[in-house]
Design a protein around this ligand. Sequence first.
Ligand code: ATP
Ligand code: MG
Length: 390
Amino acid sequence: MPFFAPVFQPLHAHSVCVFYPGSTESAGNGARDTRYIMADKREIILSGIRPTGRLHYGNYFGAIKNFVDLQSQDNTCYYFIADYHALTTITEREDFYQQTIEMLRTYVACGLDPVRSVIYRQSDLPCTAELTLLLGMITNIGFLARGTTYKDKMGKLEEAPGGVEGNPLSYGLLGYPVLMAADILIVRANKVPVGDDQRQHLEMAIDIAQRFNSRFGETLTVPEGIARNALRLPGLDGAAKMGKSEHNTLDLLDDAATVLKKIKSVPTTTDPEPLGTDSNHPDDVIARMPNSVGALYRLLNLLAPEDVYLDFVGKYRRGEKFYGTLKTTLAEYVSAFNAPIIEKYHAPGNSRETVEEFLRENARKVTPVALDTVEAVRAAMGIGHSLYRA
Ligand code: ATP
Ligand code: MG
């Protein structure tokens, strides 16, 4: 048996073949000599989501919908619930595990398929922590300190009374890009869907992988980003962004009464002003409206048939009194969109126990792939393979 025993772990009907750095053996087909995991007819896609609260329409149209669409193509999709990452911000420890499970149930209800995709919890793959440590040993602090998330938080502290004394920022926050790099590299993902908020972190992961390969030999698959829908949904309060932390969200699990109440309370006191454009494209139209009204039109454009959207753009142009009807019409489309999600969320096949079972099963699928990567990295760095691994 070679030092790095290839493990062939079929993940799906179209299997993923695992190859080792430095090994000329192929696992299964015997024909190729390659240094990476190769995906037969598939891209290896990975994306993670922090379990920090209930999912809203921004999350759906900005991220989840894209994850669901990618599954229907000929790809191997790894989606993980980033519970390690959430530890830098989570304060409600008691509910944390519960929240992770509830979030997964919502993902499944939205169409993420635990059979077609490998959906797992980050902490069920503890070898990610080992890879983070190994990569962290060779990652420059100056490089990490240039991360915008870290810089923003640090900047706010410097401005705060008392400065950075008693700095509440954690080592985990500075090291966030290393953990993110480990998440991607451990499954040898070659495609990573990213929104604007994660682009810099992905570039850092690419940099970490390239530096590793040039120092220790070609070992890690260098990933690429896949541009995601750049849509940024405004909050119901008129803030530039709908966000959990902003408390201005329309949630996927909101029932009809809650939807109507939330939409009715969207501020629409200003009379429509001339749009100043003939274009009906939502980007053009919404940019010329007050933010909160823009949020209603964006949602209408996403959910209603085009003629309904155009009819309300016409009303706006003509300055008619229509906000009441716009709100009740939109509330109906939102409730109709939510209804099947709520139903699937509560379906017996999506119980807490079922979700835990598929998490266990998927962690079993991804673990051999991840351990292969960690062993390859250990070998490349000269540590040698683990003499014992439970
Ligand atoms: P938090 O306030 O805790 O940061 P959030 O509401 O911003 O939460 P995240 O968990 O940060 O949500 O984001 C999950 C995914 O949803 C990310 O990929 C992010 O780009 C996307 N997303 C979040 N809010 C929006 C939004 N308003 N419009 C479009 N995409 C969004
Ligand atoms: Mg966010």
